[in-house]
Design a protein around this ligand. Structure first.
Ligand code: AMP
Length: 210
């Protein structure tokens, strides 16, 4: 299996070549066709399996190839920690360079300058926003963030977010989104409360286990 066979477009293949990625990992081989098709996904996978690219690559592919509003937030990725937000932002850097798809990581613990920079990006529009729940709520409470054009919602390490007590924050953020969107949920474990969240959020999801 190659990335070409997954029908990713040329600028993405170029970025993958630069990164030295030649073969999709099992989760990428399984998830990318599902995401490209537009189906909701429930992915049971640990960190280290290549799950970040499993959702970033097809989302970037879709942002480029499908009609979208360039000045609006197209994809929202919610993660439990600033470290993961930064890591996903870093993963997007090479991809963004080759595809012109913009991304900002929004997370707590920075200074006033980073809040202002986040506010500017969130107001003027950015294709992909990666965020921790608390920080996103802080921006949403100020009233300048429009999430109504979000077409792709990703919850990454969702079990950890539930363990950290973010359930209410997650539901509050999701209440700002339009109901028609594609939802991708990734979790290392599938306890009962995770299944409940999946049942609430996902529509006819395909489930993959790595
Ligand atoms: P993740 O599970 O997304 O945190 O990825 C784990 C590590 O694997 C990261 O360092 C990625 O850069 C790397 N990686 C992801 N996909 C591939 C691939 N197809 N080929 C080689 N390395 C990869």
């Amino acid at each position: 299996m190659t990335f070409q066979e997954l029908h990713l477009i040329e600028p993405i293949l170029k970025a993958l070549g630069e990164e030295g990625y030649s073969t999709p990992t099992p989760i990428q081989a399984q998830a990318i066709p599902i995401v490209l098709k537009g189906t909701d996904l429930l992915g049971c996978a640990q960190t280290g399996t290549g799950k970040t690219a499993a959702f970033l690559l097809p989302i970037v592919n879709k942002i480029i190839t499908e009609p979208h509003d360039e000045n609006k937030i197209n994809a929202l990725i919610i993660v439990p920690t600033r470290e993961l937000a930064i890591q996903i932002g870093d993963n997007m850097e090479g991809l963004g360079y080759f595809t012109n798809v913009s991304c900002i990581a929004v997370y707590g613990g920075g200074d006033g300058n980073s809040f202002t920079a986040e506010k500017t990006a969130l107001t003027s529009g950015c294709d992909i926003v990666v965020c921790t729940p608390g920080r996103m709520i802080a921006h949403l409470n100020m009233g300048y963030v429009n999430l109504k054009e979000v077409k792709y919602l990703v919850l990454d390490e969702a079990d950890r977010m539930l363990d950290m007590g973010f359930q209410d924050e997650l539901m509050k953020i999701i209440s700002f989104l339009a109901p028609t969107r594609q939802n991708l949920l990734f979790s290392a474990t599938m306890p009962h409360k995770m299944r409940e969240l999946a049942r609430k959020l996902l529509t006819d999801p395909v489930e993959i286990n790595i």
